[in-house]
Design a protein around this ligand. Structure first.
Ligand SMILES: [Zn+2]
Length: 242
């Protein structure tokens, strides 16, 4: 993230995010920055890699969150104290890369904390999650989740790994800096495997985001790229199942 800068509280926007009416074929996204996203269907909500992006009153503004997912323990993805605060506010179950899970052992009750094993599938109420090993500086787990019947992939800030078994309607892919393993090329290869109807960018400079968008436009015209700015929200509609 770089230095912490003044940012106006978005607590009201977060409240609004949780009340957006959604159809069966829609998910709403609220981008927190880096790899941090809130995603919700009509009835379920998840949060990915929230790090310490949320201020106290924004954490309080969160409504029911079914699942909090952590890809790895780098500070721009995970902070133990913030994870605990979000858990307290929402009661969300936590699915986390094993190093992260280990750091949360004394902060999240064991029945709410799951250490993610690559290749395994987990169910949290009506939210399903597949854990997939990625490639990064240190261990990283990527997630394909099913929420509101829609398949959504989150690529952490991984480099390219084979994702041909993880076709999803929406993919959030890391397109570059500050990740040493992410790049527009790697994100494009991920998207080529996942074949999403919509690809959302995360990480990366503006130039890298545009580079990714250009590659997708040329080679995968059926996939729409959406570049979200931090602390904005967007509703995305998909066509029937993958
Ligand atoms: Zn990282």
């Amino acid at each position: 993230m770089g230095p912490i800068m003044f940012r106006k509280s978005q607590a009201n926007q977060i409240k609004e995010f949780f009340t957006l009416p959604l159809k069966n074929n829609e998910l709403a996204f609220f981008y927190l920055g880096v790899s941090g996203f809130l995603a919700r269907s009509a009835d379920q909500a998840v949060i990915f890699d929230p790090a310490s992006f949320l201020k106290n009153d924004e954490v309080s503004a969160l409504k029911k969150v079914d699942l909090m997912l952590f890809t790895h323990d780098h500070f721009d993805h995970f902070r133990a104290g913030d994870a605990q605060a979000i858990f307290k506010a929402t009661g969300a179950a936590v699915l986390a890369e094993p190093k992260v899970a280990n750091k949360l052992k004394d902060k999240i009750p064991p029945e709410k904390l799951v250490s993610a094993e690559s290749g395994k599938t987990y169910a949290f109420g009506d939210v399903m999650a597949n854990a997939v090993v990625g490639i990064h500086r240190g261990p990283i787990i990527l997630y394909q989740i099913k929420i509101g019947g829609i398949m959504l992939f989150h690529g952490g800030d991984s480099g390219y790994v084979n994702l041909k078994d993880y076709h999803s309607q929406i993919a959030i892919v890391p397109v570059g800096r500050m990740s040493p393993t992410a790049s527009p090329e790697n994100a494009f290869k991920m998207a080529s495997d996942i074949k999403p109807q919509v690809a959302l960018t995360m990480h990366g400079s503006d130039k890298q985001k545009q580079e990714f968008e250009q590659k997708v436009k040329e080679a995968m015209p059926q996939t729409k790229v959406i570049i979200m700015q931090p602390f904005t929200m967007q509703t995305i509609a998909v066509q029937s199942p993958v």
